[in-house]
Design a protein around this ligand. Structure first.
Ligand code: ADP
Length: 162
């Protein structure tokens, strides 16, 4: 039976850090669904459909065999319900620094209290991507800084137009 993993996030925008986690997660699951959160209570710079499109374009650089095992979808319901609806029981999350830990710890606990059969797997990105976050990317870009080492080309092109 093939194992389906769900990688949820805002991806506002997708970065090389996310791409690294995507590739690593394909060592753990057979199929990965990148689930783009359409949570209306969170303020996003980029619309959910544009975020999906940027992910779609950005994964084109991955090996074809990896691409075939990836799906990209938006979701706006409770994550555990979404995971179940995809017949999955595995959530993938990335960890950078200790600062990520508390939020992820709480979220995993909350999800577990709703559905104890769903497991969250944490993966660490490569060292060179530890400091990349979508939030900083947006800040640096808005102040005219160079973000070309942190985001794939489609994101760079998109941000340079807005
Ligand atoms: P969210 O708003 O759900 O945290 P993000 O798009 O910011 O969505 O992140 C999605 C997941 O990817 C989170 O688990 C986050 O910790 C992880 N992540 C983001 N950037 C990196 C990175 N540079 N290295 C490792 N994990 C990362």
């Amino acid at each position: 039976m093939s194992k389906v993993g769900i990688y949820p996030g805002s991806f506002d925008p997708i970065t090389y850090g996310h791409l690294d986690i995507i590739q690593r997660s394909l060592h753990v699951v057979d199929k990965l669904i990148i689930a783009v959160s359409n949570n209306k209570s969170k303020k996003h710079l980029i619309s959910v459909d544009q975020r999906l499109e940027l992910i779609e374009k950005s994964i084109q650089d991955l090996p074809t065999d990896d691409q075939k095992r990836i799906e990209i979808e938006k979701f706006d319901n409770l994550l555990v319900h979404y995971v179940k609806s995809k017949k999955s029981s595995v959530i993938i999350r990335g960890l950078r620094a200790v600062s990520d830990f508390e939020y992820e710890f709480l979220m995993t606990g909350m999800n577990r209290s709703i559905d104890n059969e769903i497991e969250t797997i944490f993966l660490m990105s490569s060292e060179k991507y530890h400091f990349i976050s979508s939030r900083f990317i947006k800040e640096i870009h808005s102040l005219g800084g160079d973000i070309s080492k942190s985001v794939p080309k489609p994101v760079l092109d998109f941000l340079s137009k807005i």
